[in-house]
Design a protein around this ligand. Structure first.
Ligand code: ADP
Ligand code: MG
Length: 257
């Protein structure tokens, strides 16, 4: 089981779009996949076809010890993967967790008992370096960082890289950066191409080969509760996420050799 946190402390950079589409694409490629929505906004939940307003049990209940994974998970009716859903209840967990034992390890412990149930677990982190994100980073083996190739992207990246280093040193020795994914890419923009080249120069093969273009079909899909790769499989964005899933499978297989 490979557990990856999809993280970037900036909002609106494509974390949720990447998590939902990678989950759906991996499922399409035959991988048993669990998506964990760790954002109280519940965007991954809605984008997977689950109404966050009607949840009786969610990732919140799991984190505070009121439910087991088996009770809290639901099947995404549109994506075919399992989902640990979230809604605004989760904002309260942030406060409740502070007084609990091993507060940053709650997700790790909950997933630990299910090591053989999935090939991939993808954790959609909130746009902050909060206790929720920390639970994601402590449960994960690696971090996938979606980023837009714009002027301030590299600056924000160093904060995240430092946080990952700290978590690696103090809480989770397994944690590493799996890779950087360029998203919402505009090939015609000179700046995008420059930032992209800088990324490759600094991070080498940590930069995924796949590049996800800006594509309106990916942005439309969530309002139907359908992952973009299934909403319009022929669209350029969907094709990119399918290629990304294949690249991810190839990358994890290369670790075994
Ligand atoms: P985050 O989870 O990091 O806040 P989202 O995945 O919600 O970011 O993306 C922010 C917005 O950008 C959303 O409206 C989403 O639909 C849109 N978006 C994400 N990726 C793409 C893309 N490749 N092309 C076009 N729109 C995108
Ligand atoms: Mg999000």
């Amino acid at each position: 089981m490979h557990i990856f946190a999809i993280a970037n402390q900036k909002g609106g950079v494509g974390k949720t779009t990447t998590t939902v589409n990678l989950a759906a694409a991996l499922t399409k490629l035959g991988q048993r996949t669990l998506l964990v929505d760790l954002d109280p906004q519940g965007n991954s939940t809605m984008g997977s076809g689950i109404d966050k307003a009607r949840l009786t049990c969610s990732v919140y209940h799991l984190l505070v010890g009121l439910a087991e994974l088996a009770e809290a998970k639901v099947a995404s009716p549109t994506g075919g993967f399992d989902l640990l859903p979230a809604n605004r209840d989760l904002a309260g967990a942030e406060i409740e967790l502070v007084s609990l034992d091993q507060r940053e390890l709650r997700l790790k412990q909950a997933l630990g008992q299910h090591a053989n149930d999935y090939d991939f677990v993808l954790i959609d982190c909130p746009p902050s370096l909060s206790l929720l994100t920390l639970n994601g980073l402590c449960a994960a083996h690696g971090v996938v960082i979606p980023m837009q190739c714009e002027y301030y992207a590299l600056e924000g990246l160093s904060d995240l890289v430092n946080t990952i280093k700290k978590v690696h040193a103090n809480l989770n020795p397994d944690l590493k950066i799996i890779g950087l994914l360029r998203v919402m890419f505009d090939t015609r923009s000179t700046l995008s191409n420059q930032v992209s080249a800088q990324l490759e120069a600094h991070f080498g093969d940590k930069v995924f080969t796949t590049v996800v273009p800006r594509n309106v079909r990916l942005a439309e899909a969530p309002s139907y509760g359908i992952p973009g790769v299934l909403f319009d499989p022929s669209a350029k964005g969907a094709q990119a996420y399918l290629a990304f899933a294949a690249e991810m499978i190839e990358r994890v297989n290369s670790w075994k050799e």
